[in-house]
Design a binder for this molecule. Structure first.
Ligand SMILES: [Fe+2]
Length: 454
């Protein structure tokens, strides 16, 4: 809406409201408004969290506008607290800043949003989706599939270390008084957020990349587009690059499954395979075993789809959620794992301190130096690749398929495709038109990284 120098009278205010509504409708119709909504995931835990002196949080919602250059700009932040008194509002709504005071309020509000994001990222997207929910499939594979079984052999490199890492996480990260409880806003209630997301939100059938993008309102099915999807944000690196990898995995898995299972009866009569899938759901995911959304396992197509999702989760999805943690979150003021102060309102005793020295107030709202240092160390370790990491397309031992030339050829094709995808992503990353992945500083950082690895 254009700025006006005049104080609006009631009729011009009505005109402004109408104009704002028209612009909002236009933005909605053009798919230019997006939301990151942590309200329902965080709000139920806020009373317990905010009773601690050194933990303060909101349940946040942030609305973004998709700008003409394809970047997302935050325009509204809603900060919610559980209602305590019907006469006192439990929500604050902040819009883009207009002066020095609102600029610092906006910074504080953004830090609270990022704190929500940091917690949900770690507890739901990283831990729950790619570690905890994978565990039943891996345990069951070891219990029910022979090491000679073709599906065991296909999954094997994607099951390495997950159980060991999960055990270490239970010992040092998510345990009582562990790193997560100490360093995240949600403190000792952190695992409740994981559990609630598992109970009310997680669905295996929506864990594949295309379904995930559709579920989040970022894509729609369109058979005329590559991968059968039309993205609403044209330059969305996670989706654009991820879909290349998803499709390559899908093609490899389809070829592999069709080679060993030529018709549905072969899938249904494979007792080891059926026992693996049955146990994964009925023992491993027992709380959700009666959910109607579990994919069936009656045909080669069903098997390909489930395996593609599992391999995607263990490889590219986990990489996207894990290895960028330090580069994205290592600078605490940008993405604090916890906040120690709320955004002050004008009638708060803290407000005068905030106005007198907003920078100091902002810094005092962030984690302490000790909390920050420990968190940085942890995510630096988490972001590090193992020295014997196996990358997609780089299978170390193909001799197990030495008699199956079709399978060997499929792996070689996959390997070549992964190299092609790598080159394509590198090309995209230096395209100055793709503003969500390329800009000031990004090239210098890459050069520095390369020389460090030399
Ligand atoms: Fe991980």
């Amino acid at each position: 809406m254009p700025a006006s120098a005049c104080r609006p009278n009631s009729s011009s205010r009505k005109q402004q409201d109408a104009s704002t509504e028209i612009e909002a409708n236009f933005a909605l119709e053009e798919n230019r408004l997006y939301i990151i909504d942590y309200h329902d995931k965080i709000l139920p835990f806020l009373n317990q969290v905010n009773c601690f002196d050194d933990r303060k949080a909101y349940a946040t919602r942030t609305i973004f506008f998709l700008t003409p250059i394809g970047t997302l700009k935050p325009i509204v932040i809603e900060l919610s607290l559980p209602p305590v008194d019907p006469n006192s509002p439990s929500k604050q709504v902040l819009t883009s800043p207009v002066d020095a005071t609102t600029t610092w309020m906006w910074q504080l509000a953004k830090a609270h949003v990022c704190s929500n994001d940091c917690g949900v990222h770690q507890l739901v997207h990283h831990w729950l989706r790619t570690h905890a929910c994978m565990e039943p499939f891996i345990i069951s594979a070891h219990r029910q599939l022979s090491v000679m079984h073709p599906i065991y052999k296909l999954l094997h490199p994607h099951m390495r270390y997950t159980l060991k890492i999960n055990a270490l996480a239970r010992q040092y990260l998510i345990n009582a008084e562990g790193i997560i409880e100490n360093d995240f806003t949600t403190g000792k209630h952190s695992m409740l957020i994981s559990s609630a997301a598992y109970k009310d939100w997680w669905r295996f059938d929506l864990e594949g990349l295309p379904e995930d993008l559709i579920r989040r309102g970022l894509a729609t099915r369109d058979p005329t587009q590559p991968h059968g999807l039309r993205l609403f944000i044209e330059d969305y690196p996670y989706a654009n690059d991820g879909l290349l990898i998803w499709s390559a995995i899908e093609e490899l898995v389809r070829t592999y499954v069709n080679y060993y299972y030529q018709d549905p009866s072969m899938v249904c009569s494979d007792s080891e395979l059926q026992a693996w899938y049955y146990e994964s759901i009925n023992r491993g995911h027992e709380d959700l075993k009666n959910a109607s959304w579990w994919p069936r396992l009656y045909s080669p197509e069903d098997l390909s789809s489930t395996l593609t999702t599992l391999i995607w989760l263990a490889s590219a999805q986990h990489a996207a959620l894990n290895y960028g943690q330090y580069p994205y979150g290592g600078h605490i003021p940008i993405r604090p794992p916890l906040m120690r102060k709320l955004v002050p309102k004008e009638d708060d005793p803290e407000y005068a301190k905030f106005v007198a020295d907003p920078e100091q107030y902002f810094l005092s709202a962030l984690p302490s130096r000790f909390q920050s240092t420990r968190f940085m160390a942890v995510i630096d370790i988490l972001s590090t690749h193992s020295i014997d990491e196996e990358y997609l397309g780089e299978r170390k031992d193909l001799s197990t398929w030495s008699g199956d030339s079709e399978i060997l050829e499929a792996f070689y094709r996959f390997s070549m495709e992964m190299k092609r995808i790598e080159k394509e992503i590198e090309k995209r990353n230096v395209d100055p038109n793709l503003r969500n992945r390329h800009g000031a500083g990004t090239t210098a950082k890459k050069k520095k990284k390369r020389s460090a690895s030399l």
